[in-house]
Write a protein that binds this ligand. Structure first.
Ligand SMILES: [Zn+2]
Length: 143
């Protein structure tokens, strides 16, 4: 008795219609169940691609917008205005006096609270390096 020498065929669901497709060499349209489903899927991709706007940049012209302007427009700009950062840092020190004192005493971990407060005041867009440097300056810490 050696009946079980073949494992059951592996089947996958056709991505288009969900019909089970036996995954073997004979299933020439796999993972699709039929040529029809495969073509429908390709058609979907084609129409998707068609919707992507294609911009024709004239040859020799500078391409694309100023990256800084794009970042600004998308609201991704970092606040690196020293005045704004300084104001946020001063507010953070005032709001977190204990953490600020701990940072001043050398507790870098406590400084995270102050930095976090300043970053929040800057809506998370503060330049982290500038925020840290400004905080340290305000607290009279080296660099
Ligand atoms: Zn199908």
């Amino acid at each position: 008795m050696s009946g079980q020498d073949t494992s059951p065929p592996r089947t996958v669901a056709c991505p288009q219609c969900g019909a089970p497709v036996v995954w073997d060499a004979a299933a020439k349209f796999r993972p699709f169940c039929s040529e029809r489903c495969k073509l429908i899927d390709l058609g979907a991709w084609a129409s998707e691609a068609y919707r992507i706007p294609v911009t024709d940049e004239p040859a020799g012209e500078p391409t694309g917008a100023d990256p800084a302007a794009v970042v600004q427009a998308k609201g991704l700009a970092q606040v690196s205005d020293p005045e704004a950062v300084r104001a946020a840092c001063e507010a953070a020190i005032a709001a977190e006096p204990a953490a600020a004192a701990a940072l001043k005493a050398g507790n870098e971990k406590a400084g995270g609270r102050v930095v976090g407060h300043a970053m929040k005041a800057l809506k998370g867009k503060g330049d982290p390096t500038l925020v840290q440097r400004t905080l340290r300056q305000l607290l009279g810490l080296p660099g």
